[in-house]
Design a protein around this ligand. Sequence first.
Ligand code: DON
Length: 301
Amino acid sequence: MDLAALLDRIADDVATDIGRGVVADYIPALARVEPGRFGMAVAEVDGAVHGVGDWERPFSVQSMSKVFTLALTLSRGDGVWARVGREPSGDPFNSLVQLEHEDGIPRNPFINAGALVVTDELARHGDAADALLAFLRQESGRQEITVDPEVAASEAGHADRNRALAYFMASYGNMRHPVPSVLDQYVRQCSIAMSCADVARSALFLARHGLRNDGSRLLGLSAAKRINAVMLTCGTYDAAGEFAYRVGLPGKSGVGGGILAIVPGRCAVCVWSPGLDARGNSVAGVAALDRFTTLTGWSIF
Ligand code: DON
């Protein structure tokens, strides 16, 4: 498979989708991104990386970070599963509605409520965002990866929904640390800026059944399988069914316009284009991954 040629073809095929959708504006700094951007990178399990378009340009990873915090948390044990479920929510990523019915236990680790719990769990071992940065720098080989201070400040200034989620869970006893501290770590983790190439390389442990780029083991086979499974069922929120139908891979989106997808045993793919659909997933990103699995046949089904 000539992946470089394939990516060129995909970029052509989705050209009319680039710029469609709406750039996230509930975090004001994200609204300043140019909607016409598009990049895509594929990192193969042997370490080769191919890309097209803006594949080396950093953007705000936002909720794609939730995959990595979950992985770091599970690398230290699976106690977090007593505090968060593994079912798709069918509701928007920042919804409050299920939390009261379900006694402050979020449906899954990828909606905001669940990710706040995961960050709180990882924070038992030190600052969660710092741990995440160290991991991402090591896996991507790029020490320059950092938190975008403008996005972090903007997000911290518009975090009332996340604050409400965290305090609500605290009222059920499902927060170990003070809410302001958890929120600060969560906001910084979401505000990390990385390119498609960085994200794809950093996520290869999920394509290698738990093995990091240096060959050491981050996760056991079972934990790696479980993260992929939860990405498939919950990674694109209330559009997870449609994403599985169109793409057929474990995937995780972010409101910065990025989507990470995993082909177990083969590669990690990251695509970025800032225009989002009504459920917060990149329009051109989903279209590109749809083309990717159609052209390669590399879906998990
Ligand atoms: O907490 C938030 O709302 C954002 N930092 C992340 C949300 C997000 O990326 C949802 N993904 N599509």
